[in-house]
Design a protein around this ligand. Structure first.
Ligand SMILES: N[C@@H](CCC(=O)N[C@@H](CS)C(=O)NCC(=O)O)C(=O)O
Length: 311
């Protein structure tokens, strides 16, 4: 059986989400440390150009975006569930909102000058400049726009007051009663804010939220051991991609299996990945591509938030 390999770096909030997903399921995994900025030649040999963090690799199957990574981990181990029965729609939809709207607020709050000075205090001015230039590139060409710090500060109390109120109720251990993907999708943005004393009060002044945050973090990261990116490429080269799902799905825009296409995120990090469309289901798109270093790989994307274009 192929190992779960997470390509990530320690300070990434979405990587923290993925680590907690693995911890919640009690899974063992291998950890490949990647660069927080471009270029990422070993990662993009696997993905074909997708650069966001994290990426999950299982043999020669590469899963982009934590929304799809969660679904793949649910297949790996059904229980405890991220999408509890009867709450599939509400938990997935809430998670998508938290991953975009709440994360956007957190990014804006973390990148305020007073916070940047502390968070990046140990980096040289050149390194900070390089990082900010990389992030400007990340946001070019997509639909996402940066929320101003002023608007983020203005709206943050609304998000937190609603959350505090909901978590104060009885049976308020988790957002939807039992733990779900909603908890993890919200927690990683708060984790991002809690990283320095400048932004942590934005979370810490809410007692019910703080107690809930502690419960979510308490799931931990599961058991993992390090692997190099060269070893991960070798795993891909020596593996055969998994059999395709058998869902029958009518592709609404007429794309056909076997067609050469590009797939790209629509919000930010919109680098296109070219390949042969193998599968287009209601939740997932799969591309086949051949790479000099990774061999034949199947790259998986969520349908939602990604686009297909004929080549
Ligand atoms: N929708 C993506 C968002 C991932 C994301 O925005 N990751 C950030 C790090 S937290 C990123 O890719 N930053 C640029 C980079 O790491 O190169 C997901 O759920 O995985």
């Amino acid at each position: 059986m192929s190992e779960l390999i997470l390509h990530h770096y320690p300070t990434s909030p979405f990587a923290e989400k993925a680590r907690l997903l693995l911890g919640f399921k009690g899974l063992s995994w291998r950890s490949v440390n990647i660069s927080p900025v471009m270029p990422k030649p070993d990662l993009t040999s696997l993905t074909g150009g997708y650069r966001k963090t994290p990426v999950l690799q299982i043999g020669a199957d590469i899963y982009c975006d934590t929304a799809l990574i969660a679904r793949r981990l649910e297949q790996e181990k059904a229980l405890p569930a991220f999408f509890p029965e009867g709450q599939e729609m509400i938990t997935a939809t809430f998670a998508a909102w938290a991953d975009s709207v709440v994360f956007q607020h957190a990014v804006s709050l973390v990148f305020q000058p007073a916070s940047v000075a502390v968070r990046f205090g140990k980096l040289s001015p050149e390194a900070i400049k390089g990082f900010l230039a990389d992030r400007a590139g990340l946001f070019s060409g997509g639909s996402a726009t940066r929320l101003s710090a002023e608007q983020a500060r203005h709206q943050w109390p609304t998000i937190m007051a609603r959350l505090e109120q909901q978590l104060q109720r009885e049976q308020g251990d988790f957002l939807f009663g039992e733990p779900s993907i909603g908890d993890f999708a919200l927690a990683h943005s708060l984790w991002f804010l809690k990283a320095t004393h400048v932004t942590s009060p934005l979370v810490d002044v809410y007692p019910a939220v703080s107690a809930w945050f502690g419960r979510v973090m308490g799931f931990g990261h599961g058991a993992f051991s390090e692997m190099t990116s060269e070893e991960a490429l070798e795993v891909a080269r020596n593996a055969t991609p998994a059999a395709l799902p058998d869902e029958q799905f009518e592709e609404p825009n007429g794309f056909e299996v076997g067609q050469q296409v590009v797939i790209a995120a629509t919000d930010y990090g919109v680098d296109p990945v070219a390949g042969e469309l193998l599968y287009a289901g209601s939740e997932e798109l799969i591309l086949r591509r051949e790479d000099e270093r990774a061999g034949v790989v199947h790259v998986h994307f969520p349908r939602f938030g990604f686009r297909i274009e004929a080549q």
